[in-house]
Ligand binder design. Structure first.
Ligand code: G
Ligand code: G
Ligand code: MN
Ligand code: NA
Length: 251
């Protein structure tokens, strides 16, 4: 409860920031997209993981405020990147239940000046729970805006292949739990990775292998056909100034 109260003030106090982790094309080692990940530096407790504070925010409308801020900040930061580099923002199920959600996205795009096609919204399977029909309409409006959608943490939620048909997803993110340790002998994860890649291809979607840490994992997911790789093997999430430095160096 104290944490929830602190989180309510965190935005105003400037304790929240965004970090960005590259999604790299293993064929040319270039970052094609960066996932925006929220960071909270609590004045007493230090850095608190979003895995801990996002669920607290999701208990109330607080997630709507944090979500809007994250979206606007990520678009603003992406405006300073090369214009063929995309940005991906995590969006909670609760945000998708707001009828004004597409308007908010359109507003974030126009105030930042980035093209809609540069923005990807990452959603988890939980967005479909409860059978909220209104969500279908919101996805359709976002698609018409030109924004891209990605299915995050695929295979870990209340998985249903039917969900893939519910919205115009461009990308499936294979959850880290299928990637980590996938090269150990007898492991069943390589079969799951191959199956998800084949499924995505058949549906004309891209795949991202998440949480790749080791060279043998990189080799395996690349060989199995993952289009993009995200993980510590390339880079942890970095602050905007670091990202800009890296772009400047690469020029
Ligand atoms: O950065 P880290 O790996 O600790 O993130 C943990 C979790 O928090 C991830 O599941 C990620 O999707 C979620 N998360 C991070 N930033 C945001 C955000 O801005 N909005 C939402 N809804 N979730 C986020
Ligand atoms: O759930 P979601 O995919 O949105 O969140 C991504 C989370 O995974 C972030 O918290 C990020 O910090 C974390 N992450 C990214 N790459 C790696 C990795 O290679 N290893 C581990 N352990 N975590 C990672
Ligand atoms: Mn994500
Ligand atoms: Na994920």
């Amino acid at each position: 409860v104290q944490l929830e109260e602190d989180l309510r003030d965190a935005l105003e106090k400037g304790e929240l920031s965004m970090a960005y982790q590259p999604l790299v094309d293993p064929l040319d080692n270039r970052a094609k997209c960066f996932e925006a990940l929220m960071r909270w530096d609590h004045p007493q407790r230090g850095r608190i993981s979003p895995a801990a504070f996002i669920p607290i925010a999701e208990r109330s409308d607080l997630i709507l405020h944090l979500g809007e801020w994250a979206l606007r900040q990520a678009c603003k930061d992406a405006e300073q990147w090369p214009d063929d580099v995309r940005v991906a923002v995590n969006v909670s199920a609760r945000q998708f239940m707001q009828a004004n959600m597409p308007k908010l996205v359109a507003s974030a795009l126009s105030s930042s000046g980035i093209k809609a096609s540069r923005l990807t919204l990452e959603v988890t399977e939980s967005v479909f729970i409860g059978g909220v029909e209104a969500v279908d309409e919101i996805f359709a409006r976002l698609d018409r805006l030109g924004v891209r959608l990605a299915m995050d943490d695929f295979g870990t939620g209340y998985s249903s292949l039917g969900y893939l048909k519910r919205a115009p997803f461009k990308k499936i993110k294979i959850d880290q739990s299928f990637v980590r340790g996938c090269t150990e002998s007898g492991d069943t994860n390589p079969a799951i990775i191959s199956a998800v890649v084949a499924l995505a291809r058949a549906l004309k979607m891209e795949t991202v292998a998440e949480g790749v840490e080791a060279m043998d994992e990189l080799e395996l997911v690349t060989q199995r056909g993952a289009n993009l790789v995200q993980g510590y093997i390339y880079s942890p999430p970095l602050e905007q100034h670091k990202i800009l430095e890296n772009f400047a160096k690469a020029e």
